[in-house]
Design a protein around this ligand. Structure first.
Ligand code: ADP
Ligand code: 5GP
Length: 393
């Protein structure tokens, strides 16, 4: 049901995600992953008296201040908290970075040392989630800092010296994620943060368009993997009445294909069959579908999930520039094939390449097997076997 006008205009305060970890654990890497997931997250840029390192820029990673400018901000009461994290190196959270955003309903992510993290948690209580990222060991921490190559040996020694104290603070955090394998840590952190923000962010709805002639385990596994990795909250299996690039394909009637999708997704509460395109002009252009979806469900974010041959021929779709500038994409190319270069050049910039070994199945193969009387039980759910056998004979 769509929310009423009144509930849409209710002012919601945003929430805070406090991320702490010994330096070198992978905190920046994990924060940047979280920031790309449509969680209405905005990074609070801290002030610091340390010098920029590597490619860091004023106003991007930090506001780089002299020690005396930093002190002036302290005296003016501009900081929510500040701390001398390393001798002579001050870091502080500016009120201006946090409160206005929260009032506007945005969520704020803060990268803080453990003392700053605990102070912000004390101020905001349940409005904040404090997340500690833990390295597998101090030795691994040193290895990562050395491999990152951005700090002098003396700075690395300072960071390692502080790490033991920081690790002892971990039990006081709301939740801990161990960053041993990075992919696993990203999934865990994203799930925890997405759960905490559930009521102050859009419902991230992945639209998985296809003929589904018929739906099979390859499709279902892909949907499950997107949910498992926390990349979306729901996956809508959008049954296309007619694909513009497959105008002459012999398709079963749309209602029959939709019926099979419905049956195949029984017991999967976040994978849903969708007939939205049945009501739109034909053939179904994804851009038109996206625009109509956004009008009908303004409280949702729609993400395009593209797999198989669609990932290869994306460059031939209508309005690819409009799609890429308005919509995040999750792409799962067929193994051995090359996704459209348009998608590859946007990887990491709104396009997530799904990293998962999934079962290779194709609808064509299923139809062929049925015609030659072969078994398809390992390829489609049991609930649709009678339909598949009846319709594709
Ligand atoms: P922090 O922000 O906590 O100081 P970074 O995100 O800069 O840490 O990560 C430190 C270095 O370790 C980076 O070069 C990063 O690519 C690498 N890294 C992060 N997580 C892992 C991991 N699980 N395994 C190996 N290297 C990692
Ligand atoms: P780095 O020099 O590696 O960027 O940061 C050093 C440490 O300072 C990290 O643990 C980082 O989280 C912390 N830090 C960054 N900004 C702030 C801040 O505004 N307040 C506090 N207390 N710590 C911060």
């Amino acid at each position: 049901m769509k929310p009423s006008e009144a509930s849409c205009s209710t002012i919601r305060r945003g929430k805070l995600i406090i991320v702490c970890a010994p330096s070198g654990t992978g905190k920046s890497t994990i924060i940047s992953h979280l920031m790309q997931q449509g969680l209405n997250l905005h990074f609070s840029i801290s002030a610091t008296s340390r010098l920029p390192r590597g490619t860091e820029q004023h106003g991007v990673e930090y506001y780089f201040l002299t020690e005396s400018a930093f002190r002036q901000h302290i005296e003016a009461g501009d900081f929510l908290e500040y701390c001398e994290v390393y001798p002579g190196r001050y870091y502080g959270t500016l009120r201006s970075e946090v409160d206005r955003r929260l009032e506007e309903g945005q969520n704020v992510v803060l990268d803080l040392d453990v003392i700053g993290g605990e102070n912000i948690k004390l101020i905001y209580g349940d409005q904040a989630l404090s997340l500690f990222i833990q390295p597998p060991s101090i030795a691994e921490l040193r290895r990562r800092l050395e491999a990152r190559g951005t700090d002098e040996p003396s700075v690395i020694n300072d960071r390692i010296a502080r790490a033991e104290f920081e690790l002892s603070c971990a039990p006081r955090f709301d939740t801990i994620v161990v960053n041993d394998d990075l992919a696993t840590a990203k999934v865990e952190a994203l799930r925890k943060v997405a759960d905490f923000l559930r009521d102050s962010r859009p419902v991230r709805t992945a639209v998985f368009g296809g003929s589904f002639n018929p739906i099979h385990y390859g499709h279902i596994m892909l949907g499950r993997e997107v949910l498992r990795q926390g990349l979306a909250d729901e996956v809508w299996f959008m049954v296309s009445p007619q694909n513009p690039l497959k105008a002459d394909a012999k398709l079963l009637p749309e209602d029959v294909r939709l019926g099979m999708v419905n049956k195949a997704l029984e017991g999967e509460p976040h994978l849903l069959a969708c007939d939205f395109e049945f009501r739109l002009p034909r053939p179904s252009y994804t851009w038109t579908t996206l625009e109509s979806l956004r009008r009908e469900y303004p409280e949702r974010e729609f993400i395009l999930l593209i797999g198989g041959d669609n990932a290869d021929n994306f460059g031939r779709w209508a309005h690819t520039d409009d799609i890429l500038s308005t919509t995040r994409l999750i792409v799962y190319p067929r193994s051995g094939s090359t996704p459209s270069p348009t998608l590859e050049t946007h990887a990491g910039k709104g396009v997530t390449m799904l990293d998962a070994p999934l079962q290779e199945v194709s609808s064509t193969e299923i139809r062929r097997r049925i015609k030659s009387g072969k078994d398809v039980r390992s390829l489609v759910p049991a609930s649709i076997i009678p339909d598949v056998e009846k319709y594709y004979q």
